[in-house]
Design a protein around this ligand. Structure first.
Ligand code: ATP
Length: 269
């Protein structure tokens, strides 16, 4: 393995992409890479700009939750996009990103890397990556989208609250992986899958690859719908990225937004 240097120069030297990460902003400490990427978008930075930090002081998760981001232990990065697509289709990009991270991690670590719908990456049932996609848009025009990706790489421990659900590549694989390589491979896959997504503006072409990695496929899940939680068997995603859940009564299509999905026995399975 190469030394785990995470600098702009190191990243540029191994990136093999057409546009993703052509502009890189590398920071020691930032509140949140998503917040920084949004600022850069407003300043006119181009689509494909990548923000990477060694540490986040206010890493963000969905619905106002936090992302534990200790110094030097993980990958904290955000990709800025300015796509000419229907804003209603943008939330699917978070699944495109999840597929890209999962493929990259599987290739590099050889571990059994899975996706927990819609966009968490799990190894051995523990969460090692979270993704937060945020958008600035008008009714039918996207100003910009930021896709934030946090990957636990070298973490040796987690807060008491996270310990039951979270893990890192080091803890699961007993190896130290090079963060720059993971970033480069993820962006490589993202370019390929993003091009496929743009052909149809949905996941028609990618659904089979995504479903092959879905940790809940054909398993029982509990859908934590704030209106009414329910249980059923997951049967993959639709071409719009909804999770198909068969209950005893009917087939339900679950959209991400307000919902979390859990395994019946634990966080993922
Ligand atoms: P779910 O609702 O299924 O937990 P989510 O996609 O809604 O997933 P995220 O927004 O991805 O959740 O992440 C925020 C949550 O992830 C936090 O509430 C916390 O439980 C957990 N978390 C925070 N930091 C980390 C970390 N470094 N590694 C793993 N999990 C974390």
């Amino acid at each position: 393995m190469k030394a785990d240097i995470l600098s702009r120069e190191e990243l540029q030297s191994i990136l093999d992409t057409q546009w993703a990460g052509k502009e890189i902003v590398c920071l020691d400490v930032v509140d949140s890479t998503n917040t920084k990427a949004k600022e850069l978008a407003e300043k006119g930075y181009p689509s494909g700009t990548l923000v990477v930090a060694q540490q986040q002081t206010a890493g963000k998760g969905r619905r106002g939750r936090g992302w534990e981001s200790p110094a030097g232990s993980g990958i904290f990065m955000t990709l800025l996009l300015k796509p000419a697509i229907d804003p209603d289709h943008a939330s699917m990009l978070t699944l495109v990103a999840a597929l890209s991270v999962a493929k990259a991690l599987a290739e590099i670590t050889q571990a059994d890397v899975k996706i927990k719908w819609p966009n968490d990456i799990v190894v051995n049932g523990k969460k090692i990556c979270g993704i937060l996609t945020e958008m600035s848009a008008q009714l039918n025009h996207i100003n910009h989208i930021v896709i934030g990706i946090g990957i636990n790489v070298h973490n040796e421990d987690f807060s008491e609250e996270l310990r039951p659900v979270a893990s890192s590549l080091l803890l699961e694989c007993k190896k130290r992986f090079c963060r720059a390589e993971i970033i480069a491979k993820t962006l490589g896959y993202f370019e390929t899958y993003y091009a496929e997504f743009l052909k149809t503006e949905n996941l028609q072409i990618l659904a089979a690859d995504y479903n092959a990695l879905l940790v809940n496929m054909h398993k029982n899940v509990r859908v934590l719908d704030p209106k009414e939680p329910f249980e059923g068997t997951a049967a993959g995603i639709t071409e719009n990225g909804e999770l198909i859940v068969d209950t005893l009564e009917s087939r339900k299509l679950v959209s991400s937004g307000e919902v979390s999905v859990r395994g019946i026995y634990g966080y993922a399975e």
